[in-house]
Design a protein around this ligand. Structure first.
Ligand SMILES: [Zn+2]
Length: 450
């Protein structure tokens, strides 16, 4: 792998000391950011042996920013995308997605995760955290083969319910399997991590919550879950405990900075205070929120300093996997709800997609900003496109105008995985054919009817 010099680029560093550097350069040595600054500081002959990525001579300069970090995405569900559109939640779950998941082979999950990785990379995402995966080993292999970073976990539930037989486990098995995934994958490969998972509050016991929380704290591993996602969940937990979902988990000692809580939509004022006090990380999924879960109280959470990052959630309930789409939604939806065009400004959205994602996953010492010494996970965009013309403000253009067409180069640790819009680690044509074939076969096998 060659060292790389970016020149003639505007750097959106997301480093509070550096801000935006116009007409800048950034040097990458051994996969880390070696130096950055204004192009005017470069002397002829500097970085002579480096591979150069230079913005266009005419028109606007390239834009470089930290690779996006998605903290909640279901990569094993990508082949089920489009299988459950415009149906009620019961049909979505029981008649479409559970039969789909029950029919998945290890190879299907690998291809699904590779499809997810390909789509994430081509839209600027360099790191993701799995939301609740079936067959995590296959997901881990897809992460390795794609070259991106991923944190994997096993979709976990220990209470009986209408779930596929393959997914059923008792509490002891749930603990054992979670530990097994974490112990086998932590430290095994540089770009793959692992965390614990509890799918949701409907299908999990108090014992599972207590034990996994203890293990998460002991082993310094995150615990990923869906929290306060639906009004049904609120009613179910109220009936069971007399509490809100947030207060229920707090009573079990399960809230803390180890908890990655997706959605967190149906919360009251007291819940917001509790989330803030316990430093729970909130994973905001705007697309899925608009389609199914509802709209989280993001402006109030931001005001309280709650750490918020972004995810595209489940392909069958979004159905997009582009962080740029999610950023656009995050930037506009709360303005409508609050009747306030100043709510959730572009800067906050870009923070959620980059440095907040890194903080959420405990990776901010290495990722999340263009800072000397950090790993070179970088996305380079070409704003010489119709959608980004004109550009008056880089952050505004990025959030409110840009789409996937602007993504030019994507690198992880200096390794170029998208080169001039083309994947380098994944054969895209093969993947499309393979994913389509497998998706149709799964529908047949699972006998899913529309
Ligand atoms: Zn989810």
């Amino acid at each position: 792998m060659r060292d790389v010099l970016l020149e003639n680029v505007d750097l959106i560093t997301m480093d509070p000391d550096l801000g935006v550097i116009e007409n800048g350069y950034l040097a990458i040595k051994n996969g880390r950011i070696e130096a950055l600054g204004s192009c005017s500081q470069l002397q002829p002959g500097d970085y002579a042996n480096y591979q150069r990525i230079t913005g266009p001579k005419y028109g606007k300069r390239f834009i470089a920013l930290p690779g996006f970090i998605q903290t909640h995405v279901h990569t094993s569900q990508a082949l089920g995308r489009g299988l459950a559109d415009d149906v009620d939640l019961i049909t979505w779950t029981r008649k479409r997605i559970w039969p789909y998941e029950a029919a998945l082979t290890e190879e299907d999950v690998y291809v699904s995760a590779l499809l997810s990785a390909a789509e994430m990379l081509k839209s600027g995402t360099t790191t993701f955290c799995e939301a609740s995966g079936a067959k995590p080993d296959a997901i881990g292999q897809a992460v390795i083969d794609s070259g991106m970073r991923g944190i994997i976990c096993l979709s976990t539930m220990d209470l009986p319910g209408e779930i596929p037989p393959e997914s059923r486990m008792n509490t002891a098995e749930a603990l054992e399997k979670n530990l097994d995934v974490v112990e086998r994958w932590q430290g095994r490969h540089d770009r793959v991590g692992a965390c614990f998972n509890v799918l949701n509050l409907f299908l999990s016991s108090e014992e599972l919550w207590r034990s996994l929380t203890e293990l998460a704290l002991e082993k310094k591993v995150f615990l990923q879950t869906h929290l306060a996602e639906s009004l049904d969940e609120v009613a179910f937990i109220r009936e069971k405990s007399g509490k809100t979902p947030v207060q229920y988990l707090d009573s079990l000692g399960a809230l803390g900075s180890h908890l990655l809580a997706a959605h967190v939509v149906h919360v009251d004022d007291r819940d917001l205070v509790t989330l803030q006090e316990r430093d729970v990380r909130v994973l905001h999924c705007p697309g899925a929120g608009l389609r199914i879960a509802g709209i989280a109280r993001i402006p109030e959470m931001l005001e309280r300093g709650i750490l918020i990052s972004l995810g595209t959630n489940s392909p069958p309930c979004n159905n997009r996997m582009s962080m740029l789409d999610e950023m656009w939604l995050a930037g506009i939806m709360h303005k409508a709800v609050e009747n306030n065009p100043e709510a959730v400004p572009a800067r906050s959205v870009v923070e959620m997609a980059t440095i907040n994602g890194a903080k959420t996953l405990g990776m901010d010492k290495e990722l999340g900003s263009l800072t000397v010494g950090k790993k070179a996970d970088i996305v380079i965009m070409d704003f010489n496109k119709l959608c980004t013309t004109p550009t008056h403000d880089l952050l505004s253009t990025l959030v409110y105008q840009a789409n996937n067409a602007v993504v030019h180069t994507v690198m992880v640790e200096g390794e170029i995985l998208v080169d001039a819009g083309e994947l380098t680690s994944i054969k895209e044509e093969w993947l499309i054919t393979e994913a389509e074939r497998r998706a149709q076969e799964i529908v047949q096998r699972a006998n899913i009817r529309f």
